[in-house]
Each structure stands twice: as structure tokens, then as C-alpha cells.
Design a protein around this ligand. Sequence first.
Ligand SMILES: Cc1ncc(COP(=O)(O)O)c(C=O)c1O
Length: 393
Amino acid sequence: MHIAKKLARVNPSATLAMSQKSAQLRAAGADIIDLSVGQPDFKTPEPIAAAAIAAISSGKTSYYTAASGLPELRKAIAADIKAKKGYDYAPDQIVVTNGAKFALYAIFTAILDPGDGVLLPQPGWVSYTEQVRIAGGVPQEVPASDGFKVTVDDLDAVATKNTKAIVINSPQNPSGTVYTRQELTLIANWAVRKGILIIADEIYSDLVYNGTDYVSMLQLDPQISANTVLVSGVSKSYAMTGWRIGYAAAPKKLASALSTIISHATGNAAAVSQYAAIEAYTGDQQPVEDMRQAFEKRLNTFYPLVKAIPGFKLVEKPQGAFYIFANVRDAVNALGYDSVDTFVAALLDETGVALVPGRAFGMPDYVRLSYAKGMDDLVEAAKRITDFVNTSN
Ligand SMILES: Cc1ncc(COP(=O)(O)O)c(C=O)c1O
């Protein structure tokens, strides 16, 4: 059987692989603390679940919806963006997708001809690189020179005449870093000058901590907003990863191209999930704030524990999302492992703590620790890692 050449260099998702491995070990009876997860551990808030049940009971789920999403949902998303980011989208500029993941994939498919490039700041989320490849484009990875953030000089060093877009993810997965207004403005003006589309992945924008001033790409200047496609969804803010609802909010021409792709690729996102998402965006927002506060407490407890692990270096305290990205090169060297990957595998085998190797995010000396876990698990995980590093020494 022939598999397309463009897939030869595409790797399966390292985060999903790690979660699956720890699930298997747990099923076999091991005592696992899975810090590889990229999903909130909270239950979807009750009113959202109730809206889904009501949609099923009243028979609203037996039909296709518009491929780009229910008009009420697109209106609710536009209102949410207006309230939180101050920017006006018409509902037909919103395209509802099967998770933000598919919004990104549809965008790459819509804008890339073979050989076109997308600038991907490193560290960066695992799927951007592989999605660009699957869409026939060229991932242009840009190492960050300023901690975990890229600068215009970094971008200039990598951009080519074939560069069509840049992905800016703030708050960022895997480091939790948040770009300031000034940093975003410099990058955005550079992209506008060069005619490079800005893909603003702001899926973690409701999860910002300790008074950090969050600024959206849409809050800078109308010319920048007109050159931006916003990607977000309900997964992280509303503890709804399993419902698979994301969206792209785009200039009209791109929104229309995305609608065409979705109409042929997936059809509408599951109707029952769309009804749940309407409730998420229009209902009581207190659960979002409650979960944000819980994540903030966990960060403030877990961060100093991770910082104290011998051989773990933390560049900066995360300001958003729910991850800590630690440089573990010293620990790996001191313990005599040949790579972070083998260190992470041994840690899982011997202590039951699952982390994701930083290679998956473009930085092989690092590991990502998720704190989307209960406080007891976090404290216990930090203890197990510390003991592992100390006793193996
Ligand atoms: C940075 C980033 N973007 C997009 C997504 C996709 O989210 P979903 O497809 O669940 O909406 C994730 C999920 O982990 C993410 O971390």
C-alpha cells in the first residue's frame, strides 16, 4: 500500500502517546500520576451538561447543522470575543470546528500551497509542525532567544519569501509564558509589514494567573486584527476537551475558505456538543473563574516544589495555561541517562510519574509537567521525582 510521501516525516502526537502509555500501566495496576495530560481534570460544569441532555431529549441532535456551526453558537462566540477581547466579528466570520485542533488544520490547508512556510516559535505545541507537514507546507521552526518568546530578529532569521503565516500561542503550551502588549505589537507589525498572516492560538486566554496582564492579538490595532485569524474553543476554559468544540474567527475571505473545507472534510461539529457550547458561552461564567483560581493555587504550590528538584532549572514562572516547562539537562547528566527521553521513561517505570519529553515541543533538554491534577497528586509527584533524582545519584 502506498502512503503519501508527505507523511514520511510526520510523527504521532507525543503527548497522546505518553497519556496512553500511562493509562495502560494504570490498567495493569500501577500507581500512576499522569502529569503528561493536556486537559483540565475538572468535570464539565453541570449546566453545560444539562444543556446537552436537553438537546438530546428534545430531538435537536438528529440533524446536520450548518457545516460552520449553529447560528446561535456563532453569535455566542462572537459575543464572547467582543466581551473579552473587544473585537467585533460578524457571526459569518466564525467557523465552528471539531476542536481548535481542526480549526488549525483547516487554516493550514486553506492558506498553504506546496512548499509554503509557517513560522513556528519554539518551544511550541506538538501538533503545529505535523499539521503544517500534512497540509503540504514547510514548518519553519524559530528558536526563541528571549526565554520562551521569539523576537522580530528571531523571525527575520528564519522567514523566507515563501513564509505565509506565523503562529503565536499566548498563553503558550508548553511553557505557560504570556506575551506582553509590547512584544505582541512588535511581532504583529512585522507580520503585517511582510504580508504574513497571524494565527493567534489563544485557547488558554481564560487561564492567566497571579495578576498577569493578558493582551489578545485582537486588542492591538485594527490593521493587525484584519491580518489575524483567532483560534480558540471550549476545551480548556470550560473543562470540555471531550466535547470537541473549537473555532476560527477570521477575515471573511478566509472564513469562507474554512467553511468550504469543513463542509467537505468533517461536516458540522457534533450537534449535541454545539448545544453544550452555547450554554458554556452564554451561561454563568463563575465555573471558569473557579477553575482558574484552582489552577492558580496549584501553580503557586507546585512551582516551588519543581524548582527545588535537584538538576531541574526553571527559566521563568509560568503566567498562564497549566504547564511548567523545566530544563532537566543537569539532572539527566548527573544520573547518566543518554537523553531526556530515556530519563522520562525511567521516571515513569520506577516512580509512576508521567511527563512529556521537551523534544516534542522543540526543546530536547526540557520536560513538560502539567498541573491539571489535584493538589495531593502534584505534591506526591514532586516528592517522587525528587526521591528518584536523589536516590539515583
Ligand atoms: C496550544 C493548543 N492549541 C490547540 C489545542 C487544541 O485544543 P482542542 O482541539 O481540544 O480544542 C491545544 C490542546 O492541547 C493546545 O494546547
